[in-house]
Design a protein around this ligand. Structure first.
Ligand code: GDP
Ligand code: IMO
Ligand code: MG
Length: 416
C-alpha cells in the first residue's frame, strides 16, 4: 500500500506551502488538507495567473487530482461558497469535504473579534473565527459538516445553543441569529455543498489501498502550532505532522516522505515573539521585495532573518526528510545575510527552543550575499555564495534542502 507524503510549514506560516503543494500535485492523485481553516492563504502562480486558496487544497490546479478537506479542518461554508468555489466552474467529483469536519459560522468570527478586543494584548488573529470554532469542537458543542443534511435540526440546535449561552453572547454584544434567516443560510449551504460531503477517512483509505499517490497539505506553520508554537500567540490547531494523522484518519504508519517548507528568511503576521525580526532597512527590504502582505487579511508581515534554531527544532518535530527553501530570490542584492544560530537566554547561549521565546535574543552568523538567483532552475547555475548559504543552512538545521524556489512561478523551482 502506498504511503501519504506530507507538506508542513516550518516557520510562522506563509512559507510558500501553496507553491510547493501545487508543484508536487502535478504528480499526485490526491491532495488533502488536514488542519486550520480559511485563516490559511495559499497563493499559487501559474503562467502569470495568481490563485488564492484558503480551504480548497492546493492540488486543485491539477485537473486530474482529487482534493479532500479533512476532518481536522474547520469549514466556513460562507467563505467556501461565496469566495473560493467561485474561482472554478465546478469541482464536483474533484472535491470532497469530510462529514466530520467542524462548521465555522459567521458568529465564530464575531466572537473572535470580541475576544481580541477584550485581551490586554491581542493575538492578532485573522479574525476569521478559527479559535472559537475549534473551542466549540473541543467543548463538544460544535457542529459538524454532516449535520448540514438536516437544516431544520441544525438551526434549532444553534438557536438553543445561543439561548443556553445567553450571558456569554450578551457580554460580547452578539445577537442570537434570526431563526428564519439562519435556516435559509443553512439550506443554502446544503444546496451548494451537499455534493462534496462524504466520509473522507474511508475515501483516503480506499485511495491509498488502490496505490494512489496522496499528498497531505499542512496549513500555518510549526511555530503557530497550538502545542509546540509560541503560545498563546498561535493558532488553534496542530499544524505539525502529527496533526496530519488526527486530521485525516490516517495513522503514523501511513505517512511517507515529509517535506518541510521554510523561507530563506523569516516572517510572521500578528503578535508574539519573533527573535530574528529585523526592524531596520533589511527587514523593510524583505517585506517590499518579497511582497510580504497576507493573502488572507492583507496585513503587512513582520520580516527578519532565517532562524536556524527554530527551523532545526521544527525539522525534528515534524520528522522532515527534506526542506524546500523558498523565496531565496528575495535576498538577491543583499551585501550580507544574517542567520540566527543561537539564542542568548538567561546569560548563556543556547541552541534549542526554550519554553518562551519572548525572553531570548538572537545570536547571528553572517554570510556573504549574491547578485541574483531569481528565476534560476538549476542548482549548478546558482551563484557560489547562494550555494554556500544553502549548504550552511543544511548543516545548521541538520536536514537536506532538496528543493529551492527562485520565484513565485511553478516552473522556477530547483529539485536537487
Ligand atoms: P503559504 O501560506 O505557505 O502557501 O504561503 P503564501 O502563499 O501565503 O505566501 C507565499 C508568497 O510568496 C506567495 O505570494 C507566493 O506566490 C510567493 N512565493 C512563493 N515562492 C516564492 C519564491 O520562491 N520567490 C518569490 N519571490 N515569491 C514566492
Ligand atoms: P498559512 O496557511 C500566517 C496567524 C495569525 C495569528 C495567529 C492566530 O497561509 O501559512 P488565527 O486566525 O489562526 O486564530 O490567528 O496565527 N496565522 C497565520 N499566519 N499564515 C497562516 O496560514 C496563518 N494562519 C493563522 O496571523 O498570528
Ligand atoms: Mg499563507
Amino acid at each position: 500500500m502506498n504511503k501519504a507524503d506530507l507538506i508542513v510549514g516550518l516557520q510562522w506560516g506563509d512559507e510558500g506551502k501553496g507553491k510547493i503543494v501545487d508543484h508536487m500535485a502535478q504528480n499526485v492523485d490526491v491532495v488533502c488538507r488536514f488542519a486550520g481553516g480559511h485563516n490559511a492563504g495559499h497563493t499559487i502562480v501559474v503562467d502569470g495567473t495568481t490563485y488564492a486558496l484558503h480551504l480548497i487544497p492546493s492540488g486543485v490546479l491539477n485537473p486530474n487530482a482529487i482534493n479532500i478537506i479533512g476532518n481536522g479542518v474547520v469549514v466556513s461554508p460562507e467563505n467556501l461558497i461565496n469566495k473560493e468555489l467561485k474561482q472554478f466552474s465546478t469541482l464536483q467529483g474533484k472535491l470532497f469535504i469530510s462529514d466530520k469536519a467542524h462548521l465555522l459560522f459567521p458568529f465564530h468570527s464575531l466572537i473572535d473579534h470580541a475576544k481580541e478586543k477584550m485581551r490586554k494584548k491581542a493575538i492578532g488573529t485573522t479574525g476569521k473565527g478559527i479559535g472559537p470554532a475549534y473551542a466549540d469542537k473541543i467543548l463538544r458543542v460544535g457542529h459538524r459538516v454532516g449535520e448540514l443534511k438536516d437544516p431544520e435540526k441544525l438551526t434549532s440546535k444553534i438557536i438553543s445553543y445561543f439561548e443556553t449561552n445567553k450571558e456569554f453572547f450578551d457580554v460580547m454584544e452578539i445577537e442570537t441569529p434570526k431563526e428564519e434567516e439562519l435556516l435559509k443560510d443553512i439550506k443554502w449551504y446544503k444546496e451548494n455543498l451537499e455534493c462534496y460531503i462524504t466520509d473522507t477517512t474511508q475515501l483516503v483509505w480506499k485511495l491509498l489501498k488502490e496505490d494512489k499517490r496522496v499528498l497531505l497539505e499542512g496549513a500555518q506553520g510549526t511555530m503557530l502550532d497550538i502545542d509546540h508554537g509560541t503560545y498563546p500567540y498561535v493558532t488553534s490547531s496542530n499544524t505539525v505532522s502529527a496533526g496530519a494523522c488526527s486530521g485525516t484518519g490516517l495513522n503514523q504508519k501511513d505517512i511517507g516522505f515529509v517535506t518541510g517548507i521554510a523561507k530563506a528568511y523569516c516572517t510572521r503576521v500578528g503578535n508574539g515573539p519573533f527573535p530574528s525580526e529585523d526592524f531596520g532597512v533589511d527587514g523593510e527590504k524583505m517585506a517590499e521585495v518579497g511582497r510580504e502582505f497576507g493573502t488572507t487579511t492583507g496585513r503587512k508581515r513582520r520580516c527578519g532573518w532565517f532562524d536556524a534554531v527554530a527551523a532545526k527544532h521544527a525539522c525534528r518535530l515534524n520528522g522532515v526528510d527534506q526542506v524546500a527553501l523558498m523565496k531565496i530570490d528575495v535576498l538577491d542584492g543583499f551585501e550580507t545575510i544574517k542567520v540566527c544560530v543561537g539564542y542568548e537566554f538567561e546569560g548563556e547561549v543556547i541552541d534549542y527552543v526554550p519554553y518562551d521565546l519572548e525572553d531570548v535574543k538572537p545570536v547571528y552568523k553572517e554570510f556573504q550575499g549574491w547578485d541574483k538567483v531569481e528565476g534560476i532552475r538549476e542548482f549548478d547555475a546558482l551563484p557560489a555564495e547562494a550555494k554556500s548559504y544553502i549548504k550552511a543552512l543544511e548543516e545548521l538545521i541538520d536536514t537536506k534542502i532538496g528543493v529551492i524556489s527562485t520565484s513565485p512561478d511553478r516552473k522556477d523551482t530547483i529539485v536537487r
